[in-house]
Design a protein around this ligand. Structure first.
Ligand code: IPD
Ligand code: CA
Ligand code: CA
Length: 267
């Protein structure tokens, strides 16, 4: 059984509704989120888990035998040709602090090629979708990367690893260098939305040195289908895997960011 783009959009919107209804815009008032620490600054809430449970149950019911690589349950995709990449709540630190910037991210791959993607921002009701070879959409309307070709006029976004306190590859030097060479470097806290904002021309480029497949699978396809060049942060072809790096931007800005960021990073 092969899913359709509307299957992914329906799943992302339904999980987004679970996330939106669990959101506390005034933390400390009303229902208390259950927050656990996976690391010093790596959190998981009961809403991450509810959203993931919903998605895995639905995918197993409707697409039995497919592999699933989900943030909270891990990689159960040994050898399957059909694989789902799920981040049930991308932007957990924002969510836990009452900051309304987060998304549900679902990517679908067949024989190692990303085919379908949906990233849903439930606070803005923005659903970014893509099908391989068919372009990228936001709420059903086509989107495209920016035409900006001057780095100094560009708005960029990046992220930092959860082991930022101990990892020498903490991205601070790149961040500082690109702050001096652009109109600004944002840190939204949701890599899935970072990629969709590149896809829709809001940002001109995004990079991160250490990111997981479930964070970015859907966003990679959406960005590529919108005209972005997406590679490892060395400029080499992207290899989907644990702790991979990523650089996504319109092709002109991609080359200019590449010239500024470290070459001695993991792929
Ligand atoms: C994180 C966000 C963040 C990125 C981190 C991710 P999470 O995902 O996408 O922007 O910088 O690398 O781990 O933990 O909120 O799902
Ligand atoms: Ca994530
Ligand atoms: Ca997550």
């Amino acid at each position: 059984m092969t899913p359709s783009l509307s299957d992914l959009e329906t799943l992302a919107r339904s999980a987004g509704e679970i996330v939106r209804s669990g959101f506390e815009p005034r933390p400390g008032y009303g229902r208390r989120l259950t927050i656990e620490h996976k690391g010093d600054i790596d959190l998981v809430t009961d809403i991450d888990r509810q959203s993931e449970r919903y998605l895995i149950t639905e995918i197993n019911r409707r697409f039995p035998g497919h592999g699933i690589y989900a943030e909270e349950s891990g990689n159960n995709s040994n050898g399957q040709s059909s694989v789902w990449y799920i981040d049930p709540l991308d932007g957990t630190i924002n969510f836990a602090h009452g900051v309304p910037i987060f998304a549900v991210s679902i990517g679908y791959e067949e024989d190692g090629e990303l085919q379908l993607a949906a990233v849903y921002d439930p606070m803005r009701d923005e659903c970014f979708t893509a099908q391989k070879g068919q372009g990228a959409l936001m709420n059903g309307e086509p989107i495209h990367v920016s035409k900006q070709d001057v780095l100094l006029n560009s708005l960029l976004v990046t992220g930092f690893p959860y082991d930022v306190r101990t990892n020498p590859d903490n991205n601070f030097d790149n961040h500082a260098r690109l702050m001096m060479s652009s109109q600004g470097v944002r840190r939204l806290g949701s890599a899935a939305l970072d990629l969709c904002y590149v896809a829709s021309g809001r940002f001109d480029g995004f990079w991160e040195l250490q990111i997981e497949p479930y964070d970015v699978a859907a966003g990679i396809l959406i960005a590529r289908e919108s005209g972005a060049l997406v590679t490892a942060s060395t400029g080499k072809p992207l290899q989907m895997g644990k702790a991979m790096s990523i650089l996504a931007a319109n092709p002109q800005i991609h080359a200019q960011i590449l010239a500024k960021i470290n070459q001695n990073i993991k792929e």
